[in-house]
Design a binder for this molecule. Sequence first.
Ligand code: ZN
Length: 313
Amino acid sequence: MAFHDLPPIGMPGQPWGDAEVAAWRTRQQVRRSYETDVLRRIEGLRVHFDVLQYGQLDYPSGSYPLFALRSRNWRDELPPVLVTGGVHGYETSGVHGALQFAELHAAGYAGRVNLLMAPCVSPWGYERIHRWNADARDPNRSFREDSPVQESAALMDLVAPIRERALVHIDLHETTDSDESEFRPALAARDGLVFEPGEIPDGFYLVDDSDHPQPAFQQAIINAVARVTHIAPADACGRIIGSPVVGPGVIQYPLRQLGLCAGVTYAPYKTTTEVYPDSPRATPEQCNAAQATAVCAAIDFALAHPAGASGAA
Ligand SMILES: [Zn+2]
């Protein structure tokens, strides 16, 4: 059900307080299982990876252990690669794409990189198919020092040892029709603002770091993913989701300034994927494959262009 099909929470023009957040939370029902969909697959990967619990979310509506997968033979001389999914829990292919990469492709990188993968950063949101955590906060605006968002703070602690040395960080996301029908209206209501309608792009795109752009790296990923699913075209104004297109299927944000997950390391090669699962031209299988393909293309490019890394760090 679309957000605006329900009675509004709070007063128009006034930001939510604790009572409004509590009212919002009672509307969020469990719609799928983190245990079944994610934890069982992580268990199955124990034969190939070290599995580490890096945190635990304790909400009145449920407890969630947070897990990461790490290369079993971690060697300090190899460059670390960070793969994150499910920072927005509702973005299904981010979670399943990270797991698919771990299951099908990660072995091919053994001895060349150290992998650190957190496939489902926001399990409360995964189960409720929501963008926010249980406190109505967006983890992907909250990767900051002393973050009040548990999901973000736990990941930052996990990543701290490789923050300076990571070669690649790829953060797997989706842009969905529910962004426009549910999550953007909810954000405006929460903050006491007027909802301004926007447009959802039809196709895959990437978000580069405007502070340290890597256009050749982004384009290599776009070229690889284009063989799996279609790339979002620029709109009539030359934009994707309101931002100028800097290369086919690529826009830029100041990652660290916005508190985005992709800014959590100093990796020279960083990107955020945005799969479009609601396209009539994309199946769930294609979306998962697009994410896994993007991870492979990102690592392949970085390993082939180590000089670009030292120039941009
Ligand atoms: Zn997202």
